[in-house]
Design a protein around this ligand. Sequence first.
Ligand code: ATP
Length: 237
Amino acid sequence: MLLDVQNLETWYGPIAAMKGVNLQVAEGRITAVLGANGAGKTTLLNTLAGVIDPFKGKVLFDGVEVQGQEADAIARRGLVLVPEGRQVYPFLSVRENLTMGAYARRDRDAVARDIERVQTWFPRLKERDAQHAGLLSGGEQQMVAIGRAYLSAPKLLMLDEPSLGLSPMLTHEIFGIIRKIRDETGTAVLVVEQNAAVALKHGDDGYIMELGRIVAADTCAALSQKEDVREAYLGGG
Ligand code: ATP
């Protein structure tokens, strides 16, 4: 297992937002975590990325315990988060945003090759190379955020609600490219989504989170056949 999360608990003061989460991500797989607003999905990713410290539990990444380490150190190990709401640097150009992702890398030639690779996945970023990222559309900013994360050479790319605020067409386009990144580079993906239909369609393995707990785990194909999942997350039918 690339990522093995054991009994992870995170509290905000007196409130338990994650109540003992167990979850695994295998090499080269796209793992989706579904759940309603407030289920604890963002808390999960922020805890894994070291933005928040867990109260209890273990995060084994690539065989090493990383819980409680600084976010920067965790990212350098290859556990990289694309946060909710993109958070691009608005006054830097698209290229500068991408380059920021590679700040810890010394292999300049490889970085240049990776920028070209990102531009083949997202041709619009090549067209807007010199433009301020703050002037891009929401979908384009999501592309910059994913590209920037890729530039930091992730082993596991974590995405917090990539569909947020995007049209259905753009959402499918973004998920298609996430799959392409995995297919071409073998990078594993952990994505949290409220848009269950999209996540189950594009993911390999899936977890359902409710009120800080994992309540179901299976392949995405199997989850999307379950009646209770269809009723609660796919609008019935
Ligand atoms: P969303 O899709 O709305 O982001 P989520 O599934 O990602 O939802 P979280 O944002 O992780 O859920 O929130 C889980 C719970 O923790 C919620 O009850 C939320 O109100 C609470 N919570 C989140 N952040 C804080 C905070 N900084 N302080 C106190 N409570 C918080």
